[in-house]
Ligand binder design. Structure first.
Ligand SMILES: Cc1ncc(C[n+]2csc(CCOP(=O)(O)OP(=O)(O)O)c2C)c(N)n1
Ligand SMILES: [Mg+2]
Length: 621
C-alpha cells in the first residue's frame, strides 16, 4: 500500500479538498474552504496545514459562532450540496460554535466543525482553557457538541481519521441526516504524523440521491387525495432544497390544491400564483389559516411541522383531518400520524402527478384560494403604504425594500419581529429570494448568514433585514465581508429594543418588561429611563461599512438607490415605531404559556384567553 506521511491536520485538509457532491449530474466541491480563528489549540495543527494548502482557502472570521452561521447561510443557498469547514481553538473558541451548530442541526443544514481539543497525551493537563473533570479524564468542553451534532467524533489516534472522515462526509451529504458534524481533534494529535494510505486522498464524489417512495404508500396517498374535498399543501424548506418548485407548480395547477408556505418554504411558488395562500400557521395569512382550519387532507412537503407552522397544533381543526407527509427524513414523514412518503420531494411529486391525472378539486374551492391570494395582496399593499407619521413602521420599510428589489435579489433575516412580518408580507418572486433562518431564529445569524449567502451567490444582491437587538448581538462579520469583498446591504431597523419580545410580553400581560433599551431609571429602579446614547449607524461606519441614515420612507428609498451602486457592505439605518401593523390573522396562535397565578390583572386576563386558546390544541393519530 502506498502511503504519504502527513500530520493529522494536513491529511484532513488534503482529504476535504477532494470531496465533491453530485446531484442531477451537477458536481460541486463539498467544501468551499475553511473558516476559522486560531489559538493554541489549532494553530500548529490545522493552522499549519491550511497555510501549506492554499488551494483549500482559509477565511479569518471575527467570531466562531459567526463562522458556523456563515457556513450555514452558504449551505442553505447551495441547497445543502456545498458548505464550509470551521476550525477553532480549544475551550471558548470551540464552545462559541455551539450555538450555531445547534442552529445548523435544527435547520438540517450541513457544516463541518473541527474544534481543537485538549491533549490526548494528558501529561500537561490541565492546559489553558481546559475544563477539568474529577470524574473522568475523557471529558472536555467539546462533549457539549454531542447533542447538537448529527455525527460526533474525537480523533485520539491519527489512524482514526481514516474511518472517521468518511462517516462525517456521509452524514454531511445525506439530505435526511445532515446537520452539524463535529470532529474534535486534540491539539497534539493534530500535529502528529502518520503514514496515510494514498488512496484516501483520491477524488471522491458523494452522489446525493433522489429516493423514490414506496409504491404502495404512493397508491394509498393518491387514493386519500382523490377521496378528499378540501386538500391543502404545506410547502416547507424541503421543496426548495429538492429544487422541486416547478414540479410543485405542475402538481397544484393540475389538481388545484392550494398551498400554504412555511418560513423555510416561502418562495416555493411565486407570491402571485393564484394557488398560493402565502404564509401558513402562527404568522399566517387569512386564507392559509382558513384553509388549514378546514382541510381534510394536509399534504406536508418537506416540513418539520414546527409550532409556527401548526399554530402550536391549532391550525388543523377538521375532526377527520389526515396527513400525507412527503419528506426525505423518515422522522418527519411520520409526524402527525401521517401517511409517510419517505423520499425526495421532487420525484415523489412527479410520481403523484401521474397518479392524480384524473383528480381536481372543485372549481369553487380553487377559486376561493385565488380570491384569498388577491385579497391578501391588497392587505400587503396597505401595509407597504407609507403614512405621513413621525416615524415609519416596519412594514413600510419592508415594503420599500420589496418594491425596490429585483426578482433575483435575496432578502435574509432570522430573528426579531421582522421574520413574522416578512413571512406575511413579502412578495417572493424567486424561490431562493426569501432566506429565513427560522428553525433556530438565532439573533446574530443575519449578517454572518448573509455573508454566507453572498459567498454562495455573488451575483445576487443580499438584503439583510436586521433589528437593533440582532445588530448588537453580532455586527462583527461586517468586517469579514469587507476583508473578502462580499457586499451586503444591511437594513438596520432600530426601534430601541425588542419589538418582538416586547409585543409578546404585552400579549402575556407582561407590559413589555425588560425589552426596551433604556437607562435604568433611578426612580422606578427599572429599565424605563431615558433612551441610551447609542449610535448604531456610527458603529457600523466605524467597522468600515458605507452607512446611510434614513429618517423617513423617501430618504430610505433614496438610500436604497445609493446603496445599490456601492461595492462594499452598506448599512441603511432607520428608526421605526416598535408597534407593528400586522397582527395575527384568523386562527393564528402561538403557544407561549402565561403565568397561572399572578397579582397583575393583565396577566390574569391573558391567562384566561390562554386557557381558551389551549382548548383548540390537538393531537393527531
Ligand atoms: C441569540 C438569541 N437570544 C435571544 C433570542 C430571543 N429573542 C427573539 S427576538 C429578540 C429581540 C430582537 O430584537 P431586535 O433585533 O431589535 O428586533 P425587534 O424585536 O425589535 O424587531 C429576542 C431577544 C433569540 N432569538 N436569539
Ligand atoms: Mg429592535
Amino acid at each position: 500500500m502506498s502511503t504519504i506521511r502527513l500530520t493529522v491536520a494536513q491529511a484532513t485538509m488534503e482529504y476535504l479538498k477532494k470531496q465533491y457532491t453530485e446531484r442531477d449530474g451537477q458536481e460541486q466541491a463539498l467544501f468551499a474552504g475553511c473558516f476559522g480563528i486560531f489559538g493554541h489549540g489549532n494553530l500548529a495543527g490545522f493552522g499549519q496545514a491550511l497555510q501549506q494548502t492554499p488551494d483549500f482557502r482559509y477565511y479569518l472570521v471575527r467570531n466562531e459562532q459567526a463562522a458556523v452561521h456563515t457556513a450555514v447561510g452558504f449551505a442553505k443557498m447551495k441547497n445543502r450540496l456545498s458548505t464550509f469547514a470551521c476550525t477553532s481553538s480549544i475551550g471558548p473558541g470551540a464552545t462559541n460554535m455551539l450555538t450555531a451548530a445547534a442552529g445548523a442541526t435544527i435547520n438540517r443544514l450541513p457544516v463541518l466543525l473541527m474544534p481543537g481539543d485538549i491533549f490526548a497525551q494528558r501529561t500537561v493537563a490541565p492546559v489553558l482553557q481546559q475544563l477539568e473533570s474529577a470524574q473522568s479524564q475523557d471529558i472536555s468542553v467539546n462533549d457539549c457538541f454531542k447533542p447538537v451534532s448529527k455525527y460526533w467524533d474525537r480523533i485520539n489516534r491519527p489512524e482514526q481519521l481514516i474511518t472517521a472522515l468518511p462517516e462525517a462526509m456521509r452524514v454531511l451529504t445525506s439530505p435526511a441526516d445532515t446537520g452539524a458534524v463535529t470532529l474534535c481533534v486534540p491539539q497534539d494529535v493534530q500535529a502528529e504524523a502518520f503514514d496515510f494510505p494514498l488512496e484516501m486522498f483520491e477524488k471522491r464524489v458523494w452522489h446525493v440521491p433522489r429516493p423514490r417512495p414506496d409504491k404502495h404508500a404512493l397508491k394509498r396517498a393518491a387514493d386519500l387525495i382523490r377521496s378528499s374535498r378540501k386538500p391543502m399543501i404545506i410547502a416547507g424548506g424541503g421543496v426548495i432544497y429538492s429544487e422541486a418548485e416547478q414540479v410543485l407548480k405542475e402538481l397544484v395547477h393540475l389538481t388545484g390544491i392550494p398551498v400554504g408556505e412555511t418560513f423555510a418554504g416561502k418562495g416555493s411558488l411565486p407570491y402571485n400564483d393564484p394557488h398560493n395562500l402565502g404564509a401558513t400557521g402562527a404568522t399566517g395569512t387569512e386564507g392559509a389559516n382558513v384553509f388549514s382550519n378546514a382541510a381534510d387532507v394536509v399534504i406536508g412537503i418537506g416540513t418539520r411541522y414546527s409550532d409556527f407552522t401548526t399554530a402550536s397544533k391549532t391550525a388543523f381543526q377538521n375532526s377527520d383531518v389526515k396527513f400525507i407527509n412527503i419528506n426525505i427524513t423518515e422522522f418527519d414523514a411520520y409526524k402527525h400520524g401521517g401517511l409517510a412518503l419517505t423520499g425526495d420531494a421532487r420525484v415523489i411529486m412527479e410520481e403523484l402527478i401521474s397518479e392524480l391525472k384524473d383528480y381536481k378539486v372543485e372549481e369553487a374551492y380553487r377559486n376561493k384560494a385565488a380570491e384569498y391570494n388577491l385579497s391578501w395582496d391588497e392587505k400587503v399593499a396597505q401595509a407597504y403604504k407609507a403614512e405621513e407619521k413621525d416615524l415609519p413602521s416596519q412594514s413600510e420599510v419592508l415594503g420599500a425594500v420589496n418594491e425596490f428589489m429585483e426578482a433575483e435579489d435575496v432578502v435574509l433575516c432570522a430573528s426579531g419581529s421582522a421574520p413574522g412580518d416578512l413571512h406575511k408580507l413579502w412578495r417572493t418572486r424567486s424561490s431562493k429570494g426569501f432566506h429565513l433562518e427560522y428553525g433556530y431564529s438565532c439573533m446574530g445569524y443575519e449578517i454572518s448568514g448573509g455573508l454566507g449567502a453572498k459567498m454562495a451567490c455573488p451575483d445576487r444582491e443580499i438584503y439583510v433585514i436586521l433589528g437593533d437587538g440582532g445588530y448588537l448581538m453580532m455586527p462583527s462579520e461586517i468586517v469579514t465581508s469587507l476583508q473578502e469583498g462580499y457586499k451586503l446591504t444591511i437594513i438596520l431597523i432600530d426601534n430601541n429594543g425588542f419589538a418582538s419580545i416586547g409585543g409578546l410580553s404585552k400579549s402575556i400581560g407582561g407590559e413589555g418588561f425588560g425589552t426596551k433599551y433604556a437607562y435604568r431609571n433611578k426612580q422606578t429602579g427599572q429599565l424605563d429611563g431615558d433612551p441610551l446614547p447609542v449610535d448604531l449607524a456610527m458603529n457600523a461606519e466605524s467597522l468600515g461599512a458605507r452607512v446611510f441614515k434614513a429618517s423617513d420612507i423617501p430618504s430610505f428609498n433614496q438610500a436604497l438607490k445609493e446603496a445599490r451602486k456601492e461595492e462594499r457592505t452598506t448599512v441603511i439605518h432607520i428608526h421605526t415605531v416598535p408597534e407593528r401593523k400586522m397582527a395575527g390573522y384568523g386562527y393564528a396562535w402561538w403557544d407561549v404559556p402565561v403565568a397561572e397565578v399572578s397579582k397583575s390583572e393583565s396577566v390574569q386576563k391573558a391567562r384566561e384567553s390562554y386557557v381558551e386558546q389551549k382548548k383548540n390544541q390537538r393531537y393527531f393519530f
